[in-house]
Design a binder for this molecule. Structure first.
Ligand code: SF4
Length: 394
């Protein structure tokens, strides 16, 4: 079985103003306790999945690079002991400028980490300040140089648009500055204003202005056009890569590959070991979610238990909807042959009516690529994706 691994490191130097991820600042002893629990979970999970061939690993957060190198070293050592991770595996760690050190990068390389994902977000100090980021753009530049010196040539930069006070010009300047660093992959996300965050409070109560929906769509279009001109091909609504640099780990999520989530709040999608029914429907796989409270996570593992919050049995019908929901995020779209191989039913037979309506409205199209047939959204369809997906829910 082919498997992807996701490890969650829930620590940051300080909380950014827009963030509602499972992350917080922590002391060294809190980090040590967490890593001890993570090592336990890795061992427990390996009892069942240790024989799988791991094709991608993604260590995310939080900010994995705030973990001191001796702790990250322990975690990665255990990961290699417990799972079969070959040199061909894509192995990504997220890192933030202002937290990277040479020794840390050397340690990561030594464990086969071959891709770094850096949270750059913007090239203007005033925007970084509005977001509550801990770093300057100059530190982002220094982080890229440092990473290159240690042999990392597969680099991603995360950037954001639709920020308060950000113009299209600002956004294009950020893209230009990041591309000038020579990164092979750029993830460009629209700001999602999460309730309860300090930024939410500033926007809703203090009247800090956000770009309108049309302005945000304009930024997306302008950014996409510019990136494509520079040779970054869009392969998912928010992701652009130079040839040969797509993120295999994320592509695996969108294509429905198996993955195991390790760490507090991590989620996984795993096959059922034997035929199973739930509510009269055949279960085709299970979605597992770990508890979201760090202390509870540690406590459960100290008792030798898996730190599961819940396991959802996913029926065939739910799985088919999920395949559409994830596949249509990608520019190639849903591979009709893969869909048939997974579910034993042609895509046309399940969703033919919705598909043809979308094609007629210019929101989707059928295309062939390397002798495979795909159903995909057009650029206009990608912008309206959330509304379009509702049609497949029936
Ligand atoms: S670095 Fe990322 S995870 Fe950490 S607080 Fe900022 S946005 Fe959240």
């Amino acid at each position: 079985m082919l498997l992807s691994l996701y490890l969650h490191i829930p620590f940051c130097k300080r909380k950014c103003f827009y963030c509602d991820f499972c992350s917080s600042a922590a002391t060294l002893s809190e980090m040590e306790e967490y890593c001890a629990a993570l090592v336990r979970e890795i061992r427990l999970r390996a009892e069942v999945y240790g024989q799988a061939r791991v094709n991608t690993v993604f260590v995310g957060g939080g900010t994995p690079s705030v973990l001191p190198d001796f702790l990250m070293d322990k975690v990665l050592l255990e990961l290699h002991r417990s799972f079969s991770i070959g040199p061909e595996a894509e192995f990504t760690i997220e890192a933030n400028p202002g937290t990277l050190h040479r020794d840390w990068l050397v340690m990561a390389r030594g464990h086969g980490v071959n891709r770094l994902s850096l949270g750059v977000q913007a090239s203007q100090e005033r925007l970084l300040h509005t977001l509550g980021r801990i770093h300057t753009f100059q530190e982002a530049e220094e982080a890229v140089i440092l990473a290159r010196e240690q042999g990392f040539d597969n680099l991603n930069a995360d950037v954001m648009f639709a920020l308060p006070g950000q113009s299209i010009r600002d956004y294009l300047h950020t893209l230009g500055s990041v591309a000038a660093l020579g990164v092979s992959h750029i993830s460009a996300y629209s700001l999602i204003l999460e309730e309860g965050t300090p930024l939410f409070v500033r926007v809703r109560r203090e009247g800090l202005a956000l770009p309108s929906e049309d302005e945000a769509a304009g930024m997306y279009e302008a950014g996409r056009g510019w990136l494509e001109q520079q040779g970054y091909r869009q392969y998912e609504i928010s992701n652009y890569a130079k040839p040969g640099s797509v993120c295999r780990h994320n592509l695996g999520y969108w294509r429905g590959n198996w993955y195991l989530g390790l760490g507090v709040s991590a989620a996984g999608m795993l096959p059922v070991s034997a035929p199973e029914m739930s509510g009269g429907a055949e279960v085709v796989y299970r979605r597992c979610e770990n508890v979201t409270d760090r202390l509870q996570y540690q406590h459960m593992l100290a008792q030798g238990k898996l730190p599961l919050q819940q396991e959802h049995p996913i029926s065939r019908q739910e799985a088919m909807f999920e395949a559409m929901m994830l596949g249509l995020r990608t520019v190639d779209g849903v591979d009709e042959g893969d869909f048939y191989a997974r579910f034993g039913q042609p895509l046309q037979e399940v969703y033919g009516q919705q598909m043809e309506e979308l094609v007629t409205q210019g929101l989707a199209w059928h295309h062939e690529h390397e002798k495979r047939r795909f159903f995909a959204l057009t650029q206009r369809g990608l912008l309206l994706q959330n509304r379009i997906l509702l049609r497949f829910m029936d």
